[in-house]
Design a protein around this ligand. Structure first.
Ligand SMILES: *Cc1c(COP(=O)(O)O)cnc(C)c1O
Length: 412
């Protein structure tokens, strides 16, 4: 039984073409000829829909953007050169000096340092909260708050947010909610739950095989009536709403971030991402059931496994109620000490030791000595990084082989 049937037909039918080349055409050109001055004028004022220049958009990338927008029920998407670029595009296009961000949940390391070390240098502050600190979150909102940022699954702490509850807070206060849905494409539908923008690192399970770096931001339509983007808080967006109506957030992102920072996706990257997208429903279905099986088997053997599908896990109820289609490829194992974690990684024959996640292969990494080596102890504690913590991204291998390998690696 496939959990993602509704996407299977759509993806393969739209990635491939019925006429001419079946595989997506790679439009490997930086520039595009306009033919005549009138068309040039039309392309620049937006009345003619033809490619302008590849920094602002590329036909191969546009195909990917259309499919991703549809996947999430958005009005449009902007593909970027990486996942970090997608987060940068979605946030920078709305922020100015003096604004603040509320960030909720265990955060991807790069996003954490982007908020705490980089945006802070430009006068944009961020407050960090755990997923269920609803009251503190609500109290932290003030006039300067522009964005509430949330990850669909805490990586690597595996904390699951109540996305609808947080979206309700965002909506009550008229604040934009951005959800990083990298770990749970198709499994979680942030726009349906009340988010305004979804960001992805397509490098991970969407491409699924470590062949290409990429990202995307998917935007909801601006409503015809009342809309939080029409309030004073988002006045920089108003001119795009006047001109572009429901498509305003795409124009805003392209003009305010893509044009000026140039984090554009390349045509070849978009092509590779499209190839991955085709098989995403099959791979996701396989991995979600493997992760549950592996977590249960290792837990039964006495390993300290963190995965919300486990009975008695603090978030098992939320997992069953709100994450019925799983929470992606990750689980963590706490071996107690760095030494024991290193020994596990040395002994595992299947795991590839790397910082990536969402690959066809099973990947593993000791957290404290790698991604989080620069972080002080207090921050590591906040992010749930213990000395023996190993993050596992389960791949497409036979789950029984993974279980067997991990049991021998842990010397159980
Ligand atoms: C990897 C990742 C990113 C960053 O993506 P890149 O493609 O590496 O830039 C952002 N968020 C999450 C949750 C990720 O796993």
């Amino acid at each position: 039984m496939n959990n993602f049937e509704e996407f299977s037909t759509y993806f393969v039918q739209n990635v491939g073409s019925k006429e001419g080349a079946v595989s997506p055409a790679i439009m490997q050109s930086a520039a595009f000829g306009y033919g005549n001055p009138e068309t040039a004028e039309g392309i620049f004022d937006g009345s003619v829909k033809k490619p302008l220049y590849s920094r602002m958009g590329n036909p191969t990338t546009a195909k990917l953007e259309g499919i991703l927008a549809e996947m999430d029920g958005g009005v449009g998407a902007v593909a970027t050169s990486s996942g970090m670029a997608a987060t940068a595009l979605a946030t920078i296009s709305l922020l100015k000096s003096g604004d603040s961000i509320i960030s909720i949940g265990g955060l991807f390391g790069g996003t954490y340092s982007y908020f705490s070390e980089t945006l802070s240098r430009f006068g944009i502050s961020t407050q960090f909260f755990d997923v269920d600190e609803f009251e503190k979150i609500e109290n932290a909102i003030d006039e300067q708050t522009k964005i509430i940022f949330l990850e669909s699954v805490g990586n690597p702490n595996m904390r699951l947010p109540d996305i609808r509850a947080i979206a309700d807070i965002a909506s009550r206060h008229g604040i934009v909610l951005i959800v990083d849905n990298t770990i749970t494409p198709m499994s979680v539908a942030p726009l349906e739950l009340g988010a305004d923008i979804v960001v992805y690192s397509t490098t991970k399970i969407i491409s699924g095989n470590a062949s290409v770096l990429g990202g995307a931001a998917v935007f909801r339509a601006i409503s015809e009536g009342e809309d939080k983007f029409k309030t004073e808080r988002y006045e920089e967006v108003h001119k795009f709403i006047k001109k572009m109506g429901k498509m305003a957030l795409i124009a805003n992102a392209k003009k305010r971030a893509m044009r000026d920072f140039g984090m554009s996706a390349s045509a070849f990257s978009s092509y590779l991402t499209l190839l991955g997208l085709e098989t995403l429903p099959l791979r996701m279905d396989r991995v979600v059931s493997s992760v549950e099986k592996i977590a249960a088997a290792l837990h039964a053997k006495g390993l300290n496994v963190n995965h919300p599908s486990l009975n008695g896990h603090v978030q098992n109820v939320r997992y069953n109620a709100q994450f019925a289609k799983g929470c992606g490829t990750l689980l963590t194992i706490d071996m107690g000490t760095q030494e024991a974690a290193y020994e596990f990684l040395r002994r595992s024959k299947l795991a590839t030791i790397t910082a990536n996640i969402g690959d066809s292969r099973t990947l593993a990494l000791h957290m404290a000595s790698t991604i989080y080596s620069d972080f002080d102890d207090a921050t590591r504690t906040f992010l749930g990084i213990t000395p023996g913590l190993i993050r596992i991204s389960v791949g497409l291998e036979n789950p029984d082989d993974i279980i067997e390998d991990f049991i021998q690696a842990a010397a159980l």
